[in-house]
Design a binder for this molecule. Structure first.
Ligand code: EPZ
Length: 435
């Protein structure tokens, strides 16, 4: 397996371009199942999760290939209406096939996703909404079997603004007869991007960006005549802004609409950084000490839970004590113990973490536990004295394309190596070779 090695302490300077958003690309790729024919997509990020999604579509009879700079997905025929355990256990977003399969094929067999490092992550709201549309489910052998002879529009009230729950129900409702209203719907930009994509297929949806989505069902959907471009990744953008902040650098991040980053930009300003917002770019400069801040994650447009770990790394080196509250997931502080091993002072009970800033962090071998925790450990390594090794970086590859190359491009001394290399001179040689 591979690991990342970092020789920290270098301020990052330059420009980083963000790719398309993972959490928009996944539902949009799966939404192609709704419309028979060939779909063309651009700005789809090259990630482990997008490859997993394309291989799942392939196993269902919908092959894909890249041609003329567009990703083409052929959803003409669906041979298997199933998302098997070996796929879902690696990528829980595969449960998003439920809505499209029930809408197009009238049936679906999907492995229950189970929990993950950051929480139990049930899908009761997905099932409640789909049942309101007329689906019937039974659970056997760890799989949910859904049957939907005829989907009918309904009033659906979600208990919480679940992102993929909203997306699953939305993708079924677009082909249901009559009107569906989803109340307390998620407002994340990735949900809005899915709505925009569905509209290009002929779906009739109102209310994107608000808490109520109104869908007028149609009898069939067809692939768009032009390629659809996936929205830029606001979490990737926020992560690289944090890299500039934690190293005291000057980095411009391009490829993402700054309007989608407002809560992160505000928090970074509070932490003592100077941020300049452009058309499709945000620049962060920091040449004064980081200041402690309080942060509370919330559904969009609040501060994204997917930015919490990265901001915690920043707080470790800020002057004063920061308080971070994680309101979305029950176990999303796994990075705290690893940061402590680098010299940070982080205590947490339940959903509240208290971070007392320290003058420096020391490089160490640390273990990634989930996608954003891995990013947080890389950020801490970039600002630490000495070598940091981040293990289990398969977590990172799920959501960040070429993170090492992008960071090296702005001056980081960073490389990917085999996790069998432990000798310091060999690690330094790997860093020299990558420079
Ligand atoms: C999406 O996960 C994202 N994943 C997550 O990104 C993100 O952290 C999360 O939304 C919150 O923004 C994708 O879009 C593929 P939720 P999702 O349903 O949809 C509870 C990353 O790092 N809940 O909005 O699974 C749930 O347990 C990943 O890119 C129920 O109780 O999140 C959680 O506490 C991590 N029942 C809360 O709601 C349900 O039926 C929000 O979860 C559904 C959710």
């Amino acid at each position: 397996m591979e690991k990342i090695v970092i020789d920290g302490g270098r301020p990052l300077r330059g420009t980083i371009h963000c790719d398309g958003a993972k959490n928009a690309a996944l539902p949009i790729l799966i939404a192609t199942l709704l419309a028979p024919g060939e779909h063309r997509l651009t700005n789809v990020p090259e990630l482990a999760d997008t490859s997993s999604t394309l291989s799942l579509l392939g196993r269902m009879g919908c092959p894909s290939l890249v041609h003329d700079d567009a990703l083409r997905v052929d959803a003409t025929r669906i041979a298997f209406c199933e998302a098997p355990y070996d796929v879902v256990r690696k990528m829980r977003a595969s449960v998003l096939v439920l809505g499209p399969l029930l809408a197009r094929c009238g049936e679906a067999k999907v492995s229950l996703p189970g929990g993950c490092a950051i929480g139990t992550r049930p899908i009761d709201q997905h099932l409640k909404g789909l049942e309101a549309l007329g689906c019937r489910f039974e659970l056997s052998g760890g799989y949910i079997h859904g049957i939907a002879p005829a989907l009918k529009g309904a009033e659906i009230h979600l208990d919480m603004p679940t992102v993929t729950g909203t997306e699953n129900i939305l993708m079924a409702a677009v082909l249901a007869s009559g009107t569906t209203r989803i109340h307390n719907a998620a407002r994340e930009p990735e949900v809005t991007d899915l709505v925009r994509f569905l509209r290009t297929l002929g779906a009739k949806i109102e209310g994107d960006g608000t808490s109520t989505l109104t869908i007028e069902g149609v009898s069939r959907l067809t692939p768009a005549s032009r390629p659809y471009s996936v929205v830029g990744d606001r979490i990737e953008a926020g992560t690289y802004l944090c890299a500039a902040a934690i190293t005291g650098g000057d980095v411009e991040v391009t490829g993402c609409d700054p309007a989608l980053l407002e809560s992160t930009v505000a928090k970074l300003r509070e932490a003592g950084c100077t941020l300049t917002v452009g058309e499709q770019s945000v620049r962060l400069q920091r040449d004064t000490p980081l200041q402690a801040f309080n942060a509370r994650t919330e559904p969009y447009p609040g501060l994204a839970t997917d930015m919490q770990a990265q901001l915690m790394s920043l707080a470790c080196l800020a002057r004063g004590t920061s308080r971070i509250e994680e309101t979305i997931f029950e176990n999303r502080f796994m990075h705290a113990a690893e940061l402590t091993r680098m010299g940070a002072d982080v205590q947490h009970t339940g959903r509240i973490a208290t971070v007392v800033g320290v003058p420096t962090l020391q490089g160490a071998a640390v273990m990634a536990s989930d996608l954003r925790a891995s990013a947080a450990l890389v950020l801490a390594g970039l600002a630490s004295e000495g070598l940091t090794e981040v293990l289990r970086i398969y977590h990172l590859d799920r959501g960040y394309h070429d993170l090492v190359g992008k960071l090296r491009g702005v001056g980081a001394r960073i490389a990917r190596t085999s996790d069998a290399i432990t000798d310091r001179s060999e690690l330094s040689a790997a860093l020299d070779a990558a420079a």
